[in-house]
Write a protein that binds this ligand. Sequence first.
Ligand SMILES: Cc1ncc(COP(=O)(O)O)c(C=O)c1O
Length: 373
Amino acid sequence: MTSEGTRAVHAGLPEVRPGGPFGSSPVFASTFHLSGDPDGPYQYGRLANPTWVALEAAVGELEGAAATVTFASGMAAVSGTLLALAEPGATVVLPSDGYPATRSVGDHLAARGVTVRLAPTAGDALPAAVRGADLVWLETPSNPGLDVCDIARICELARAEGALVAVDNTLATPLGQNPLALGADLSVASGTKALTGHSDVLLGYVACADPEIAERVRSWRTLTGGIPGPMEAWLAHRSLATLHLRVDRQAANALALATWLRGRPEVADVRHPGLAEDPAHAVAVRQMRRYGCVVAFTLPDREHAERFLDALQLTAVATSFGATHSMAERRGRWPGESVPPGFVRFSVGCEDTDDLVADVAQALDAALGKVDG
Ligand SMILES: Cc1ncc(COP(=O)(O)O)c(C=O)c1O
């Protein structure tokens, strides 16, 4: 099997046998029958479960990983990786413009003797911050600003310093980019978003190039218990079969919406890495195969953005991205986000493009007061 869509359909599934089902069912077990000295893969539910093991094989195949560890949520994966790998005295570089909770984990690291350096995803500060670091954390494209950094270049600089590189691959998904193939040591993601894509699962994973590093992360998970539930792992695995269909459709819709938004005078700073005019495009095109489902743009002020969001009919106001249904929010409503008051993060779903653009058009008109009443 060579192509990635085919891999996504079949990854981690058992061989089909005559009279057998096409998938495996979730194994609900807090413990497994175990006599004598502990032996075998399944002993106790916090240590391993066959439903995650199958999902880990599938995600690992798509990420090109030697070993993968799944977690209960993206933040369990992010914090598990950082806490397992950043020891007191280490220097860690984190994005200043990425998902705010990752920076908050950085505050906990700093309180435990780790030096934390913050650097924005785009520009020269990030390559400079790699000097003397032990662990470099990238989030590209960044959430919510959609800046992109050159993964291969940062990995080269980090290797010269003996530093590990972890990339938050939530927004791109393994069908959008493969950080490990670009030289990263870890690809970490929230599977809650586009990977599972139906707004019904919280999940995270850490895909590792080196099995020994995966073992350190796995031991941390076993110790602290941030394991995925079997039902979530099963739902996630089931969703992988449509991942390529969903991300292709979302990427096409996102590009169409971003292109259309550029023609609206009240809309500023339309960002999407797939747009040829986007400041991130030149780097994105070298390392991404699909540009994700998020479009960011800025309306004149908070009230204008709120009128726009209230007027959306097809698109729900919600705080997430990557689902089959479109959703949007004013990102500045969350503490820790430094974006303009009118900044909107729009997650494009799998709806028909014309319906989506028509919904955004009528909501922008309503926000301007063109069609109200
Ligand atoms: C880039 C990124 N990383 C990690 C997370 C955390 O994921 P979760 O909500 O599954 O814990 C998020 C959540 O939005 C995210 O956007």
